[in-house]
Design a protein around this ligand. Sequence first.
Ligand code: R5P
Length: 298
Amino acid sequence: MADTEDVKDARNYLPGVPAPHDGFFLKGAHQLDWGMRNRLARIFRPASGRTVMLAIDHGYFLGPTTGLERVDVTIVPLLEHADALMCTRGILRSTIPASFGNGVVMRASGGPSTLKELSNEQLAVDIEDAVRMNVAAMAVQVFIGGEHETQSVHNMTRLVDAGLRYGIPTLGVTAVGKDLARDARYLGLATRICAELGAQVVKTYYCDRGFEAVTAGCPVPIVMAGGKKLPELDALTMAYSAVDQGAAGVDMGRNIFQSEAPAAMIQAVGKVVHQLMKPARAYEYYLSLKEEQRKRGR
Ligand code: R5P
């Protein structure tokens, strides 16, 4: 038991020093619970407020995908350069080392393959399993304008409710169907609906005109989806334009793991995202890392 005699008067109250009030560094997150903010800080770097999230969840509807045939060989070496990893629980448990300390964003919806109507998804992960895997967020596809729009929105709102019970943020992923335009009007509609209905982070595509209005109109952080493989300079330019216009980073897959030099590419994307390095310089950086890698024979 603590000795209660001769206890010194506490004097170090420092009345002139205001207590820190945690404004938190992420848009729309300052009123969230501690656990949720802690998880968001495992996805987004507090110093820049942005993330390089590596998306490798394609297999949940595409099966084996070019670049993801052997995740152990091609992806695990990239993890040291990723602020967060977006994947399925099957790949997480089978292949990702549990020593990976950054944020895991768990793919939590699924069902149809490319052989069927993709918007017909259901929730595919139980909240208890997300807790067990210690994930930093759960991701769900939202098909605004799609055939199963309401069902997919309902998937998201159920996930948001479950996540709020345990302090796990939800990433709403706006899916763009083949008949839907990827313009600012559509992306603004889809991202805003995800945020209004509770997603703490939203993933969407970049559009050449009006992307700034899409990010400004969304009260929570937007991360840019990569999309189909582009030449490296074009992908770096798209990432630069997105963060320059308010995106809180990227959630990029094929433009990294299908690159000729994935490790060089993810590091170049990191320079763009965290340091706003201009695309031409980031491309030179990519080429120099790629050349170093070639000399090392890897
Ligand atoms: C979206 O539908 C999934 O999360 C994808 O697996 C992911 O967005 C793909 O990333 P990327 O388009 O950059 O290859």
